[in-house]
Design a protein around this ligand. Structure first.
Ligand code: IPE
Ligand code: MG
Length: 222
């Protein structure tokens, strides 16, 4: 969800105003996605590298998380949405972790739509944690190194219980993965748009979905 800062700058507003407008976009898109037949949507909300931003911006982003995203619980329920989290979110502040856990728990039975939020997420960090878990099992003698398979690695990632990624949308004209779903992106389609995240609308999402529908996926075959 990139482009909040540039959106604010273009309006001579503080970056926080851009992040607030970004939250509005999240609300819109979470409502629109199930209407378009999308079963799972993952939002890259905060990366493990975003800690490098000035302390004030990090704290603004965390307050938005506390006060807005979690205040959307009723909305999630109304949409039949189940919330899941990926990333090292358990190392956030204890009160945030508690609220996140409660939100995940209370939406666990919802089946219409899956909203995944990548929080304190980095693809390299996720793979590192997976390798640590697998190496731990090898060191304990539970598995031999030769038993390690792509399937085992997949099962050790934060996304173990999610469907394979179909489409990655990158907003604001950037054309890089920025540490997002590195393993999972292997055969994902990619769609780039100059639209800044706060301007991202149901129409933009539909455009992306239509572009995806026109792609031919061969997974290395022919
Ligand atoms: C939002 O956009 C990304 C988040 C960390 C929520 P940016 O803050 O990266 O916006 P730009 O790139 O400065 O426009
Ligand atoms: Mg950015």
């Amino acid at each position: 969800m990139d482009g909040n800062g540039r959106w604010a700058k273009a309006r001579h507003l503080p970056r926080l105003a851009g992040h607030r407008a970004g939250v509005e976009a999240v609300r819109r898109i979470v409502r629109a996605a199930p209407r378009l037949g999308i079963e799972t949507l993952t939002l890259y909300a905060f990366s493990s590298e975003n800690w490098r931003r000035p302390a004030e911006e990090v704290s603004d982003l965390m307050s938005l998380l506390r006060h807005h995203l979690l205040a959307e619980l009723d909305e999630l329920h109304a949409n039949g949405a189940r919330l899941s989290l990926i990333g090292d979110w358990r190392s956030l502040k204890p009160d945030v972790v508690e609220r996140l856990e409660a939100a995940v728990r209370s939406t666990a039975a919802n089946e219409r739509f899956r909203l995944v939020v990548a929080l304190n997420y980095g693809g390299q960090d996720e793979l590192t944690r997976a390798v640590q878990a697998i190496a731990g099992r090898a060191a304990a003698g539970e598995i031999a190194p030769a038993d390690i398979s792509p399937q085992m690695i997949e099962n050790s990632l934060d996304t173990a219980d999610l469907q394979p990624v179909d489409l990655i949308i990158r907003t604001s004209g950037e054309q890089r993965l920025s540490n997002f779903l590195l393993w999972q992106a292997a055969y994902a389609e990619m769609w780039f748009t100059p639209v800044l995240w706060p301007d991202f609308s149901e129409a933009t999402l539909r455009e992306a979905a239509e572009a995806f529908a026109g792609r031919e996926r061969r997974y290395g075959g022919r």
